[in-house]
Write a protein that binds this ligand. Structure first.
Ligand code: ZN
Length: 149
């Protein structure tokens, strides 16, 4: 009995100050195909990523287009719903949305920072939608995203 008590205390002790976290995988339907594409691009390059702890949602996002947040093991991406509405009405909107989602997932899942001087999906405030009709450019950019971690 005494041994059991010690074991119980030890197992609590080993948790330290972490809280018991229920991880969630939930992606807004409007953004799902781009998030799935990100995982496909990772897999193509032999990179396996955790798929259990990601929430990507469309919501109000004050003064931002997208935001990447980490809470413990949970990864969250907020995408400004008004911006998505606006982008959807532009030319090459699907590429623009892919670009935005890949950028935020770069922060969230690849731990990438902004990469201003380079031609990169991780550059801040740079629109790269021009790769819409250029699959080679797209490959170069996505290679850079995954391989420059
Ligand atoms: Zn960013």
């Amino acid at each position: 009995m005494k041994k059991l008590m010690i074991l119980i205390i030890l197992s609590f002790g080993s948790m330290g100050c972490e809280f018991d976290q229920t991880l969630e995988y939930r992606i807004d339907v409007k953004l799902e195909k781009h998030v799935n594409q990100f995982f496909i691009e990772a897999e193509k390059r032999g990179i396996s990523l955790y798929k259990e702890n990601l929430i990507v949602s469309l919501q109000d996002c004050y003064d931002c287009v997208g935001q990447s947040i980490k809470i413990g093991e949970q990864r969250l991406i907020k995408i400004n719903k008004d911006d998505i509405c606006w982008i959807e009405n532009q030319n090459n909107s699907q590429t623009a949305i892919e670009n935005l989602i890949f950028h935020e997932l770069g922060h969230t899942l690849l731990n990438r920072q902004h990469n201003d001087p380079k031609y990169s999906i991780m550059a801040s405030g740079l629109s790269l939608y021009e790769y819409a009709n250029d699959s080679l450019k797209r490959t170069v950019l996505i290679d850079e995203l995954f391989y420059s971690r």
